[in-house]
Design a protein around this ligand. Sequence first.
Ligand code: ZN
Length: 133
Amino acid sequence: MPATDGLFSVSTAYEATQKKETKVNWYSFLWKSMLHPSVQGIGWKVLRGVMHTDDKLKAGKFILATICCMCKQYEEIQEHILFDCSFAQKHWEYLKQSFYIQGTIHSRNDVLNACKKRIPLTRDISLQQPSRA
Ligand SMILES: [Zn+2]
C-alpha cells in the first residue's frame, strides 16, 4: 500500500517497484515439489512464457536475424521451440510412445492434460494459454 502522507520510505519505494503477478495455481506444484532446482527454474520460465528466445530479445529492441537453431526454418519463439518445431515434434512423439499417451502435443495445455491422466499432483493445475505471435 503506497504511503498517502507524501513522505518517502524505503518500504513504500520497494512496494512501488514490485511488479504484481497474477496468482497461478501451478506455483505450489512447481516450487514445493521434489523437482530438481534447475528443472524448477526451466519450468517457471516455460510456464510464465519468459524463456530467453530471440523474440524476447527483439522485443527488447535488439536487432537480430532470428531462426530456430534446430530446424533452421522458422523464427525462434518459445512455442515453436517447444511444440511447433519438427525436432520438438519428434521428441513429443517419442515421449508419447514411451508413456502410451494418446492425442497430439501442440501446447502446454496438451502436456498438462496428458500429465493429469497420469500424475495426481497435476490434477488441479490449469494454465493460461500464452499469446502466440
Ligand atoms: Zn524449429
